[in-house]
Design a protein around this ligand. Structure first.
Ligand code: ADP
Length: 433
């Protein structure tokens, strides 16, 4: 039974985000959520205000209705006198209409002319019926002064209506005031959040900077003594002629350990430099040429273990990047494929364009990586098992992932234990690349 391929990927759509950019993103998110909360709050306030204003309007209409209900319906021609005594009616966009029985045309009218159509259905016993249109609110009630007919129904109905312009105007004023308040609140929150975030982040940034400087300095300072140790070990080896000389074996052990430490220090230095999250010398690079160059360097090492190389590189794919870093990526991945593949195994390397990305796949026939450990392969100092005895430091893939990240790309690994692994790197192509 063959094991299925398991995959882990570290998608990194953008180059590493500096702390400042993350701070800005956080601020944006904070302001967005605050704006959302304020808008919900404003909507609730507006609704409440609208119902208060409408309730106010209704009680005004009730009062006017009571006023007019105690007056008899004006005789035809006398509306003008009534109008003269209620001048403020028109300016207040109000209207009173008198309807005889079930007539649908008003028998008399006072105030601003507003067309509201027929009276809504009503029962003779009803004291108040409300009618509303998009721009008018009206109260219909019996005119008490005109009494009831022989069947006990109101002889005359009153309709008192009021335009909603004043309500709209007040709502518009409220909207304006709330917009200004929300904008001001957001500006003040943005200012205070920026100040607070700066106060919180500054010490963090300082200690991160110090840590990075320490890492850089320590790695840098260790290189000198290590080079001296290495040179002395080499000299010691030269001085001991006999291979059985125990002194020679000691010098050989020192030389090997020094070599490992030099590699480790170089890797740490490289990783610490990449923490800065930017590329120093970005230039247009032909990816196929860069990969081919590294493949050529590995020719002898592969031949020594009868490993076969299958390469298929698509030419003409250009990316912006730092050559030395991307060479390191190809080198680390090839080195792993070479180290973990058995003698006589095949290493396949392919480079092709997929959409606006250049995709580099490096596959091998090595032991693979157990599924439960796949997500850890890009961690610093992580190694699948110490007993593989390959002398690695566990930093190679962390460096690869970091370099790919600063180039705005992504890396993933698929593996089938016992059958092999495939590392896939994807890098953004240049617009005309
Ligand atoms: P190292 O220097 O130890 O190889 P890396 O970061 O390159 O460090 O790899 C981390 C671990 O991932 C390795 O120790 C190894 O266990 C596993 N690994 C990496 N590449 C492969 C591969 N091609 N096949 C199998 N295991 C791998």
């Amino acid at each position: 039974m063959t094991m299925p391929w398991r995959q882990n990927s570290i998608p990194r759509g953008h180059p590493a985000k500096p702390l400042q950019r993350q701070q800005l993103e956080l601020l944006g998110l904070y302001l967005l959520s605050l704006a959302g909360i304020l808008l919900v709050f404003a909507a609730v306030v507006r609704k409440g205000f609208e119902s208060i204003v409408l309730a106010d309007l209704r009680s005004q209409l009730v009062l006017i209705g009571e006023d007019f209900s105690s007056l008899p319906m004006p005789a035809p021609g006398s509306e003008r006198d009534l109008q003269a005594s209620h001048k403020d009616f028109t300016t207040a966009h109000q209207q009173v209409e008198w309807f005889l029985g079930n007539d649908w045309r008003p028998a008399a009218r006072l105030g601003e002319v507003r067309t509201l159509g027929r009276l809504p259905p009503r029962r003779p016993t009803q004291r108040m019926v409300w009618q509303s249109t998009s721009d008018t609110l009206a109260l219909i009630r019996p005119a008490d002064a005109d009494g009831l007919d022989s069947r006990g129904r109101p002889r005359v109905w009153l309709r008192i209506s009021q335009g909603l312009d004043s309500v709209d105007r007040r709502l518009q004023q409220l909207d304006l005031a709330m917009t200004v308040a929300i904008v001001l609140a957001l500006m003040l929150s943005a200012a205070s959040a920026t100040l607070l975030a700066r106060r919180v982040v500054e010490p963090l940034q300082r200690s991160l900077r110090r840590l990075r400087e320490f890492e850089l300095d320590a790695s840098h300072e260790l290189r000198g003594p290590l080079a001296a140790m290495s040179a002395n070990a080499e000299m010691g080896l030269l001085d001991c002629r006999s291979s059985d000389d125990p002194q020679r074996q000691r010098f050989a052990a020192i030389a090997s350990a020094t070599d490992q430490m030099q590699k480790l220090v170089n890797d740490l230095l490289l990783l610490a430099r990449q923490e800065e999250g930017s590329i120093d010398q970005a230039q247009r690079l032909d990816l196929a040429a860069l990969v081919q160059e590294q493949l050529n360097l590995y020719g002898d090492a592969l031949a020594l273990r009868q490993q076969h190389l299958q390469s298929n590189l698509q030419h003409g794919l250009s990316i912006m990047g730092q050559a030395s870093l991307l060479q390191q990526v190809v080198r680390n991945l090839l080195d792993n494929a070479h180290r973990y593949s058995p003698d006589g195994g095949t290493i396949s390397v392919s480079l092709e364009r997929r959409g606006n990305k250049a995709c580099l796949d490096i596959g091998d026939e090595g032991p693979g990586i157990p599924a439960d450990q796949l997500q850890r392969v890009f961690d610093r100092f992580w190694r699948a098992s110490a007993d593989r005895g390959d002398g690695g430091s566990g930093l190679g893939l962390a460096i690869v992932a970091r370099i790919i990240r600063v180039h705005g790309g992504s890396i993933s690994v698929a593996s089938r234990p016992g059958c092999g692994s495939r590392f896939s790197v994807s890098l953004p192509l240049m617009a005309n690349g």
